[in-house]
Design a protein. Structure first.
Length: 404
């Protein structure tokens, strides 16, 4: 075995020499690697300064708006409900927001005095009617006496003077009946007046509506003109909410743009996300000299229970009636925020300093804005979009918003 191992050896002359790589080539490759890494890091972390604009909501009617005006919601039929009588309020049925019907009793004043007068007038009517019955009895007796006197006079049993006395008695009884019947009419008239006085202590709703304010409480003294200290005139204020309309002030220079029956769109500050259809109902034929405006009354086409009197409103006078499908808000952006990437239209959304590419479809043009619908991702009102995005901008790039 030792002799066999001694035969094993390496012939170094038969091994080819290793090729040596030049050092300059190694340094060039390393430099390229470092530059590529630096470029990638810079692209990932460098802040690109961009200008942005916010996504907003717009209604298609803005493209057809001819004139804008401001005003307030009012009820065409409104009343301060009071009493013609004077007295202390003893009962109040309603409160703010109560729905009442026409003729319904909403409050009542103390009525002991007028009630006693009504009872007195009822008694007077009965007395007058009883006097009529008594007068009729006397007239019938006088009539019988007259008939007997006529027979006796024909037989020469009574003198003419005696007969004349009987005739006078009958005529007197007849005249008394007429007087007593007139007394009954007077008593009945007094009774009706007393009933009216009692009715005036009952405060009724003049029409169907809703109680807006309660001006008096039980125990307050109610007078027709509230002339006494500490007294009240109107017990409640109510309105018919089916007659709501907007009173808008239009500058007299723009009055030519408003016509009766013109379609309108009403926006309420209390309901910013809702638009209501309206139409020009009346144009008040006078000008407010102090403000140089004309009052235009716009009627609600579609009433909503959320609309209340005295809400502030904005009215857009339109050139045409809007179709139902165009009465909803649209997501709109500035045209400069939309760019093309090949066959795709995109926008760049900025969130937390990073951009995200979102493919969109363009819709109708509303003024200076363009309607968009997101195909990938989401676009919501308030999002910030890059304006005039550069061709090298990509998803994930970090940006810095330029100060205005």
């Amino acid at each position: 075995m030792s002799s066999d191992l001694s035969r094993l050896h390496i012939n170094r002359d038969s091994v080819p020499a290793r090729r040596q790589v030049p050092r300059w080539l190694l340094w060039c490759g390393l430099a390229l690697i470092v530059l590529g890494a630096a470029f990638g890091w810079q692209r990932q972390h460098a802040l690109v300064v961009v200008q942005v604009a916010s996504v907003s909501q717009a209604y298609p009617s803005q493209a057809y708006t001819q004139l804008n005006a401001t005003g307030y919601v009012v009820a065409q039929r409104k009343a301060a409900v009071a009493s013609k009588a004077t007295g202390r309020l003893e009962w109040l049925k309603v409160r703010e927001g109560s729905v009442v019907k026409a003729g319904e009793i909403v409050a009542r004043l103390e009525s002991l005095d007028v009630g006693a007068q009504q009872q007195q007038m009822q008694a007077s009517v009965r007395v007058a009617q009883a006097n009529v019955e008594q007068g009729l009895a006397e007239m019938r007796d006088a009539e019988h006496a007259l008939n007997r006197s006529k027979d006796l006079l024909a037989q020469k049993f009574v003198s003419a003077a005696a007969h004349d006395m009987v005739v006078a008695r009958y005529e007197k009884a007849t005249a008394a009946i007429n007087s007593l019947r007139a007394s009954v009419a007077v008593a009945e008239a007094n009774l009706r007046a007393a009933a009216v006085a009692v009715e005036q202590t009952l405060i009724r709703a003049p029409f169907d509506g809703v109680i807006l304010t309660k001006n008096a409480n039980v125990g307050d003294v109610i007078t027709p003109f509230s002339s006494a200290l500490g007294s009240q005139a109107a017990v409640v204020t109510m309105a018919d909410l089916t007659t709501l309309e907007v009173e808008a002030d239009v500058a007299e220079g723009n009055l030519a743009k408003v016509q009766l029956g013109q379609p309108c769109e009403i926006q309420l500050d209390a309901l910013p996300g809702q638009r209501f259809r309206g139409t020009v109902q009346r144009i008040v034929p006078t000008v407010d000299r102090a403000k140089a405006t004309v009052m235009v009354k716009v009627r609600f086409v579609d009433l909503d229970a959320r609309v209340l009197p005295e809400m502030s409103a904005k009215v857009a006078f339109l050139t045409q009636e809007m179709p139902k499908e165009e009465r909803t808000a649209r997501t709109v952006v500035q045209a400069a925020a939309i760019v093309s990437r090949g066959d795709v239209t995109v926008v760049y959304v900025v969130k937390d300093g990073v951009v995200t590419e979102v493919a969109v479809n363009k819709g109708m043009v509303i003024g200076d804005l363009v309607e968009v619908t997101a195909l990938t991702g989401r676009i919501e009102a308030g999002d910030q979009l890059v304006l005039r995005a550069s061709p090298t901008l990509r998803t994930g790039d970090r940006v810095s918003i330029a100060s205005k």
